[in-house]
Ligand binder design. Structure first.
Ligand code: NAP
Length: 356
């Protein structure tokens, strides 16, 4: 207990030392808790060996709720003003958790979602100028992949604070990375992220689900680093598996993990599969895959194809794989047919033979 309170004390000392001490003496006189009063009457040059003991005594005199207050202060510093741009399916889904964690939320979208925003305690802005003038700490780009460039260009970024943090959650990563770096002023921080889950797959919480991020550009000063960490901490606190990787590496993996999954889900949907009285576990997995993938917009799926250069190759491989499996089946069938045709070995038994 003692050691934990000591470490918390050290953690906060450099930034807000005044919080750790009793109030300073009022002008013109010392309070009963003031350091000058406390030391009154002692010899001015106390022996050096005595000093550490006195400092320990000061530590022991911390108010009884010191730890609670310190934790509250830390919590306060972690709180962010987040502007969500693109307040659709996924933007709203993220907003619910941000709101629960106590962050201040602003939102902007093409459609007026002000009624829904109000239910989350978020302020909705139809005009992006008004949103930017609120000086959010973080602007979170959660618009569709296809509209991201136009939406970003429509934002009056000159109205934001000079070193605002921009974060995107697009399901492809190299495209927004290049877009943000080329469109934003060099003073802005940029983190590209991809929560690898959605409203369907994370219905029961985010615990254990992968969250990919790339700190593309975070200014080298404590406040900017702390802001970046505070943002990432939102996902860490929910139990996400934090995966730091480059945007290029993400896209190479995501072609398989995501585009393949969505493609198979959409192909199965074309078959209009129905639940039956004899569903196997495997079949139920297929039905769930259809639900998980087809509840996302076609724009999202199209974006995975258009804006990930690895997707075309994946589609070709999928086609090749289907052909290979079919070929194996038909080759086997041809073998049987050839045997029947050329060796006559598969003649159906005659009825007289059966009787005998
Ligand atoms: P989405 O269809 O990809 O995006 C919908 C959002 O984009 C809405 O806010 C919509 O505005 C906006 N939008 C679409 N076309 C627009 C246009 N022409 N001009 C301006 N805004 C436009 O669906 P989503 O599921 O909400 O995904 C949002 C982002 O999160 C995407 O980049 C997606 O890749 C990413 N993401 C989604 C998931 C998921 O599971 N859904 C998971 C991880 C990442 P309105 O509000 O006006 O409709």
């Amino acid at each position: 207990m003692l050691s934990s309170s000591t470490s918390t004390l050290r953690l906060h000392q450099p930034t807000r030392p005044h919080r750790r001490h009793p109030p300073a003496p009022a002008a013109g006189g010392a309070t009963h808790l003031g350091p000058s009063r406390r030391w009154r009457g002692h010899p001015p040059a106390a022996p050096l060996r005595a000093r550490p003991q006195r400092i320990r005594a000061l530590d022991a005199a911390q108010p009884f709720d010191y730890e609670t207050r310190a934790a509250g202060l830390l919590e306060e510093r972690q709180r962010l003003k987040i502007a969500i741009v693109g307040f659709g399916n996924f933007g709203q889904f993220l907003a619910r958790t941000f709101a629960r964690q106590g962050h201040t939320l602003l939102a902007h979208s093409r459609t007026d979602h002000s009624a829904l925003a109000a239910t989350l305690g978020a302020s909705f802005f139809t005009d992006p100028h008004d949103l930017c003038e609120c000086h959010p700490d973080v602007v979170l780009l959660a618009t569709s992949i296809l509209s991201a460039e136009a939406v970003l260009r429509s934002l009056p970024v000159h109205r934001l604070r000079r070193n605002t943090l921009f974060v995107d959650v697009l399901s492809v990563k190299e495209f927004p990375r290049n877009l943000l770096l080329s469109s934003l002023p060099p003073d802005f921080d940029v983190i590209c992220t991809h929560p690898m889950f959605g409203p369907e797959s994370a219905r029961d919480g985010w615990d254990g689900l992968p969250f990919v991020f790339d700190k593309v550009r975070v200014g080298d000063c404590p406040a900017r680093r702390a802001r970046a960490e505070a943002f990432l901490n939102i996902f860490e606190r929910e139990g996400c598996r934090m995966v730091e990787m480059s945007c290029a590496e993400h896209d190479a993996h995501a072609a398989e993990t995501q585009f393949l999954t969505h493609t198979v889900g959409r192909m199965l949907a074309m078959l209009e599969l129905q639940s039956t009285p004899i569903n196997t576990k495997g079949y139920e997995t297929l039905l769930r895959l259809v639900d998980n993938t087809c509840s996302d917009s076609f724009d999202l799926y199209n974006g995975l194809f258009m804006y990930n250069k690895n997707s075309t190759e994946l589609l070709n491989r999928l086609e090749w794989a289907m052909d290979s499996v079919k070929k194996k089946l038909f080759d086997g069938l041809h073998d049987v047919l050839r045997k029947q045709l050329f060796e006559g070995s598969a003649q159906p038994p005659s009825t007289s033979n059966v009787r005998k």
